[in-house]
Design a protein around this ligand. Structure first.
Ligand SMILES: Nc1ncnc2c1ncn2[C@@H]1O[C@H](COP(=O)(O)OP(=O)(O)OP(=O)(O)O)[C@@H](O)[C@H]1O
Ligand SMILES: [Mg+2]
Length: 360
């Protein structure tokens, strides 16, 4: 019996130790007072915030020991007396010189099983952490708005594209035998691609959506180069290609990948002046199973601030840019389980590396 009793005691002690550890490691400061306004819980996080050892304050009356230590504890006393909760009391109200971390405070009554208030607790959340969370919410809201706007635009863009397609087909008949006749099928193919991208947009917006097939990266790059060749020529830019012939086919959405490569190449075009060069190289790392495509340009380069922001939607340094190229590209590569790395030095040029896992 004695042994059992001892065993229960050990279990209770263990449970208390675990509770104490958990409270101490909360990312928020926690202060609990009993109905006599004495401090019952003062976790390590709060001890760090206020610069006070918990041993010094535990069991002490709230007023007195913490008077000069920052937060206006009246709200906690009001909670104790009236049962009223206070939410997110702003940092100005709770910080003083001695409170090293600006906090927002929430207070709650502590009730026993019969509902009687036996104490009150204050939860201190570092304002910087809340700011981070707020920023994340704002970002998520922006993205949601972007989704809605884009869905509306899809409808509007499809109509003019259909009209252009119809007129091109009519023109095709008139231009039979004309020296520039070959341009029409190219334009129609591109128009179809745009239409397909638009049609797939909504589905693409669903995370993880893509239509994957076994695809040759080399062939995809050659296709992209055919599309951008004329622009490169007119801007007097040189594109050098170095394809790894041993690279196996990989399982990707070829159309989406094409879109990524076009976005990256167009950025290089914009960064280059006449005579500039772009080196496109593919390689295959058999050990880690990653296919790598790198695009190196000799353009203006990118500063650190721009690198930090360039994957955000609508971030652009160009007058006519939409700032969606790299955002969309990253999303596509992320969905494929890959990665985009940027290495750049202002004035020297930029290398954009796309890494894709090659599932055989
Ligand atoms: N190769 C590069 N050289 C220099 N700056 C680059 C390069 N690639 C991207 N950037 C920078 O990153 C920014 C974001 O690129 P992103 O492709 O997302 O948008 P954009 O090119 O401005 O507009 P668009 O949506 O029309 O592509 C660019 O405005 C540019 O400042
Ligand atoms: Mg771009």
């Amino acid at each position: 019996m004695g042994v059992r009793y001892g065993g229960v005691l050990i279990l209770v002690e263990l449970a208390e130790e675990w509770s104490r550890l958990a409270l101490d490691h909360l990312p928020v400061g926690l202060l609990v007072i009993n109905r006599h306004r004495k401090i019952r819980i003062f976790n390590q996080t709060l001890s760090r915030f206020l610069g006070l050892k918990s041993e010094k304050v535990l069991g002490q009356p709230l007023l007195g020991i913490l008077d000069d230590r920052g937060p206006d504890f009246n709200i906690l006393l009001q909670t104790l007396v009236t049962g009223k909760e206070f939410q997110n009391v702003k940092p100005q109200a709770v910080t003083t010189v001695s409170c090293s971390v600006a906090c927002l405070v929430n207070t709650y009554p502590v009730r026993n099983r019969t509902g009687i208030t036996v104490g009150a607790m204050a939860v201190f959340s570092p304002a910087a952490r809340l700011q981070e969370m707020e920023n994340a919410v704002v970002k998520a809201e922006k993205l949601a708005i972007l989704g809605l706007m884009s869905a509306g635009m899809v409808h509007e863009i499809r109509n003019p594209l259909t009209a252009v397609g119809c007129f091109l087909q009519l023109l095709q008949k008139c231009l039979t035998g004309h020296p520039k006749e070959e341009y029409i099928p190219i334009m129609l193919t591109e128009l179809n691609r745009a239409n397909r991208l638009i049609s797939e947009f909504l589905q693409f917006a669903k995370p993880g959506y893509s239509r994957r097939t076994s695809c040759s990266i080399g062939e995809t790059i050659k296709n992209v180069l055919m599309l951008v060749e004329s622009e490169a020529l007119s801007r007097k830019l040189e594109i050098k290609l170095d394809l790894d012939v041993d690279m196996p086919n990989i399982f990707v959405d070829g159309e989406q990948l094409k879109q990524v490569f076009i976005n990256i190449m167009k950025n290089s075009f914009d960064a280059l002046s006449e005579g500039g060069k772009i080196f496109v190289q593919t390689s295959w790392n058999e050990l880690d199973g990653f296919a790598q495509v790198s695009f190196r340009d000799t353009g203006v380069g990118i500063d650190k601030d721009t690198i930090a922001n360039m994957f955000n939607p609508f971030f652009t340094t160009k007058e006519s840019g939409t700032g969606l190229g790299m955002f969309t590209s990253k999303k596509i590569i992320d969905n494929h389980g890959g990665r985009i790395d940027i290495q750049s030095e202002p004035g020297k040029g930029t290398t954009v590396v796309v890494l894709l896992p090659a599932v055989q």
